[in-house]
Design a binder for this molecule. Structure first.
Ligand code: NDP
Length: 281
């Protein structure tokens, strides 16, 4: 039987700590940290993510400002808004909700965010910093996962870590952060042959591919740690992860549920980064 890693509870703990810190700063006359959330277009999922992030900010005592541009906004208009926010002293962190509408160069927009305000840590400059191990902001999903590993005292040192998925926002940074913790890291992806050879030998598996219930119990070894990043909406409206929770939990020593595992930790890391950005003032 495995221990279910409760990301929701840990996220609440971290948010409460952030709030306590901000409250005590306020008593000393220090302004609350602030986050600008930029939403371009009408993507329904993006609207939900933005709403959730704003609610999380409010609960933690972080001031959030929403900047909404229409689907028809041009790249120049988006870049002009970012430049304005870069110079705005009342804004500590800037987050651009992706995906952006077609015709807008996402990379160019992200790289325009001032590195000191890039709380998602998606810009080239911040990627370079955490690559070299001297980051101020950790990328939110991998950073949140490290907090979960710490909470459950899961030591990465010397462990065989398999990361399935190599996206720039989850798989690659996750692999790098595990490497920095002295894990022996293998990154698997859609071209990997005989995936099971890797997963069956893994002490820690991070699965982030966007394929419902892909990782099954027969693919993992007894006692493995399974971190499920996937968020997949099924036809019946339910949300499920990339791991088959029921079969994996029979063999795993620790496993994250979906929902309630990695998702809330991603938001907790965003709030931590925003607090960190405000400490620079
Ligand atoms: P991407 O679509 O950007 O990347 C998916 C990765 O999975 C690619 O590297 C792809 O390989 C790999 N892949 C796809 N199919 C297979 C397969 N059959 N075997 C092995 N590898 C495969 O996804 P993201 O990283 O952005 O997101 C992954 C999942 O995590 C999604 O469900 C997303 O919703 C979720 N997510 C959750 C977050 C959270 O807070 N919980 C945050 C961010 C994402 P290749 O490169 O070869 O194409």
């Amino acid at each position: 039987m495995s221990t279910i890693m409760d990301g929701k509870a840990l996220s609440c703990e971290i948010r409460a700590e952030i709030k306590a810190k901000i409250d005590s700063q306020k008593e000393k006359g220090i302004e609350a940290p602030s986050l600008a959330v930029v939403l371009v277009g009408n993507d329904p999922a993006s609207k939900i993510y933005v709403r959730n992030k704003k609610n999380a900010c409010a609960e933690a005592g972080i001031t959030s400002y929403e900047y909404t541009l229409p689907e028809t906004a041009t790249e120049e208009e988006v870049l002009a808004l970012i430049e304005k926010l870069n110079c705005d002293e009342k804004i500590n962190g800037i987050l651009v909700q992706v995906p952006l509408p077609k015709g807008i160069d996402e990379k160019k927009v992200i790289d325009t965010i001032s590195p000191e305000k890039d709380v998602d840590a998606f810009s080239e400059s911040n990627i370079g910093k955490y690559f070299l191990g001297n980051a101020k902001f950790l990328p939110c999903t991998p950073g949140g996962i490290l907090h979960l590993l710490d909470k459950y005292e899961i030591d990465v040192n010397g462990k065989n870590c398999v990361v399935i998925g190599r996206s720039n926002i989850v798989g690659k940074p996750m692999a790098l952060l595990l490497l920095q913790r002295n894990g022996t890291v293998t990154v698997c992806h859609s071209r990997t042959k005989n995936l099971e050879e890797y997963t069956k030998n893994a002490d820690i598996i991070i699965v982030a591919i966007g394929k419902p219930k892909f990782l099954t119990g027969d693919m993992i070894k007894e006692g493995a740690v399974v971190i499920d990043v996937g968020i997949n909406r099924l036809p019946d409206g339910k949300v499920t992860g990339d791991a088959d929770f029921e079969s994996c939990k029979e063999k795993a020593s620790f496993i994250t549920p979906v929902p309630g595992g990695v998702g809330p930790m991603t938001i907790a890391q965003l709030l931590l980064n925003t607090l960190e950005a405000s400490n620079d003032k």
